[in-house]
Design a protein. Structure first.
Ligand code: DGJ
Length: 726
């Protein structure tokens, strides 16, 4: 609900359990007054203290009142260069070269439903109550107009934000920074949680107390990146998994981003999140406007776990789209780790045959099926079938797979080109390259300039032709390098600062075409594993390959970190061969299956090469996943341990929304002699209900507050048990 109190000039946004408030003050500055647990009402500006602070300047119109300074006021969208020395929300060069921005309230509107953003991914309100608030701010000196958009999805406690900037002046302007969100806290210490990491070590939660200064995380790679994820949490020092206040903010964007958290001289906190200002410059002619990506915020007073579950539901049901978003995905087998580039139709069929016998439902042919693609030095860009490997093309192979009772899926990497390709020979200028400078290769490939319409057209034509050439039910959309040499031959010098963002818009345009023309095709996002695992991609691809690291023990950490924002239904997780290609570690087929079953579930090996006992285990895993997929994909997810601590075991559970069923996964930690007996306390059950676990009946309260004594197992052995209300 959005409520404007005319007398107090406050606008209050209410969700089921949270309240968010702003207030237009006497000078027209839009103050941020509150974001936290739901309140009955009131004007929260009483929290803002006005003091005469040295070196905190005062706007002209307040005259001799030295207690009024933008430097100390919490603001909805901070100004720049006119008295607030904290991180600005917007930076722009206007008219005569001035870089100051001073925004004042002009008006606002409220409407039913949620706004959409043209060409950009955004949460939508199908099936839920939502309202939109639009607040208009203006810099009267330059004519810069800012529209702050808020979407309120009440039942998830989700508030989305986006910003439209318009040049309402008479001369051109250049935007240098436009945050999607600015969130000011007038007081109090906070911890910051970010999801850091690296290739094959994605989304490792990092928690730190904020100290005075600005802490910046982000990506300048042109993608959201393996190294930092566009998701941050602020919380109280005391906040835990199950208790305390926290504010999570996710950016619905797949390109370079920046999150700044500033802790000030007066112990205020400011968070800004949006497109990274690195190499960003957007020209606005009079009358033109620019729209930022969306940011989504969830406040939880019940700890980090509840915050995550709110994000999970909202992402699964109101960000992901298409028929697959809430459905069981086919249990797939992918040939990449089994064969790399060394395969042909017979090899693919032999992997598929073995898999079909134990119930695998889809064969995905990975990289290497096209052009001269026998290694990663050649072929990208030439989306014609390699007839030596696949005589007759994709059709005959896909039909053979379908005759085995399986679906057929295919890997593509549309955004890239190898120099050793027909495409590059024909159009060398289609790849990013700075004139006069040798290009920088990444995985021996170059990035296509998706800001160019003819390049996007080429990609779309090829994807369309490929999808129409055979019964293809699934696509794995990969992207295997960061952007460098970002310069477009199609744009004039003064517009080169737009290329990074225009690239992302190009990716979205192609993905939208796929979504519209091939709605039944399930698309899995991928970027060398989880290098572009973000809310932007999830609008187009309801699942993303979580990491190239398929070691089950390492996956415990990666999936744990991923779960801070992203639901299990989006997490591509497969059982792979041992010793693991990334770590050299061997764990049992059972452990690998238990860990992969916390995601979309599939296989990444040649089942012809495992023992008959392991094959039986695979058969059992598949049957079991079929019986509990709805818990994993639609249930509430609870983290029961932190795999970054050396705990005796790692555990998690999925609980059905009506709390009648649950699935628990446990993997033992590093082995020790004479070990401590592990006691597992469950979460999310109905304390007044009884549950059957392994043939025994326990109270929900008993399982949650007393706990379940686990058997002592060997290092990295796993347990999986189902709970059913009796
Ligand atoms: C990176 C992906 O993450 C892998 O799964 C695989 O598809 C390779 N690319 C293929 O080049």
């Amino acid at each position: 609900m959005i409520f404007f109190d005319e007398r107090r000039n406050t606008i209050t946004l209410s969700t089921a359990a949270t309240t968010y408030q702003m207030k237009v003050d006497s000078t027209g500055v839009l103050l941020h007054t509150y974001y936290g647990p739901r309140l009955r009402g009131g004007d929260l500006s009483n929290r803002i203290v006005h003091e005469d602070r040295g070196f905190s300047p005062n706007p002209y119109e307040v005259g001799k009142d030295r207690t009024y300074s933008l430097d100390t006021l919490p603001q909805e969208y901070s100004s720049c260069g006119v008295g607030d020395f904290r991180v600005p929300s917007v930076e722009a060069t206007c008219g005569k070269g001035s870089r100051t921005v001073d925004l004042r309230y002009v008006g606002h509107t409220v409407r039913e439903g949620k706004y959409a953003l043209e060409g950009l991914p955004a949460f939508y309100n199908e099936g839920v109550t939502a309202q939109t608030l639009s607040v208009e701010l203006r810099d009267s000196c330059t004519g810069l107009e800012v529209e702050l958009l808020y979407g309120v999805l009440e039942e998830y406690d989700l508030i989305t934000r986006a910003v439209r900037v318009r040049n309402g002046g008479e001369s051109p302007m250049e935007l240098e920074r436009v945050s999607s969100v600015c969130l000011d806290f007038p007081a109090g210490e906070h911890d910051l949680i970010t999801l850091g990491g690296a290739y094959a070590r994605e989304r490792e939660p990092v928690r730190m107390p904020l100290t005075q200064g600005v802490h910046t995380v982000g990506s300048v790679r042109g993608t959201s990146s393996h190294q930092q994820n566009p998701f941050v949490v602020l919380c109280d020092h005391e906040t835990t998994e199950d208790a305390g206040r926290c504010w999570g903010v996710a950016l619905v964007y797949s390109g370079s981003f920046q999150a700044n958290t500033e802790y000030t001289q007066f112990h205020e906190t400011r968070l800004t999140l949006g497109i990274n200002p690195f190499h960003f410059r957007w020209k606005l002619q009079p009358g033109e406007s620019f729209t930022t990506p969306e940011a989504a915020m969830v406040f939880s007073a019940q700890g980090l776990g509840h915050m995550s579950r709110q994000f999970h539901r909202a992402i699964r049901l109101n960000l992901c789209r298409g028929p697959w978003k809430d459905q069981r995905r086919p249990i797939l087998i992918n040939n990449w780790e089994a064969t790399l580039f060394d395969f042909d139709a017979e090899k693919i069929c032999s992997i598929a045959k073995a898999a079909s016998q134990v119930g695998v439902e889809m064969m995905v042919m990975d990289d290497g099926w096209f052009g001269k693609r026998n290694d990663d030095f050649a072929g990208l860009g030439d989306w014609n079938v390699n007839q030596t490997k696949l005589p007759g093309g994709l059709g005959p192979l896909a039909h053979r797979i379908e005759e085995m009772g399986m679906k057929f899926g295919l890997w593509v990497e549309p955004e890239m080109v190898n120099e050793d390709s027909d495409l590059y020979q024909a159009h060398p200028d289609w790849a990013f390259q700075v004139p006069g400078r040798p290009m920088t290769r990444g995985r021996s490939q170059l990035v296509l300039d998706l800001t160019r319409a003819e390049v996007r057209q080429y990609i779309m034509d090829n994807l369309r032709a490929t999808l129409n050439s055979a019964p293809i039910s699934y696509i794995k959309w990969d992207m295997n390098r960061s952007l460098t040499d970002v310069w477009s031959a199609a744009l004039p010098a003064q517009r080169q600062g737009e290329v990074y963002h225009r690239y992302v818009l190009g990716v979205y345009e192609i993905l939208e075409m796929l979504h519209q023309e091939f709605p039944q095709v399930l698309i899995e996002g991928c970027s060398g594993g989880g290098g572009r695992f973000d809310c932007g991609m999830l609008y187009y691809t309801p699942q993303i390959w979580c990491s190239d690291n398929t070691d089950a023990i390492e996956r415990l950490r990666i999936q744990y970190g991923t779960s801070f924002c992203y639901p299990c239904s989006t997490v591509g997780a497969h059982v792979s061969a041992v010793p693991n290609g990334q770590t050299g570690r061997s764990v049992s087929m059972h452990t690998r299956g238990v860990v992969a079953a916390a995601g979309t579930f599939g296989y990444e090996l040649d089942l012809n090469e495992i023992t008959s006992e392991e094959m039986e285990e695979v058969r059992t895993q598949i049957q079991h996943f079929r019986s509990c997929w709805d818990l994993v994909l639609r249930g509430d997810y609870y983290r029961l341990s932190n795999p970054f601590r050396q705990e005796a075991f790692n555990a998690w559970m999925h609980v059905s929304p009506d709390k009648s069923r649950a699935l628990v996964g446990v993997v033992m930690g590093v082995g020790h002699a004479n070990p401590i007996r592990p006691l597992l306390r469950l979460k999310g059950l109905d304390p007044n209900a009884d549950y059957k676990v392994n043939g025994e009946v326990y109270g929900g309260d008993q399982l949650m507050y007393g706990g379940l004594a686990l058997p002592i197992l060997q290092e990295y052995q796993a347990l999986q048990f189902d709970l059913e209300r009796v």
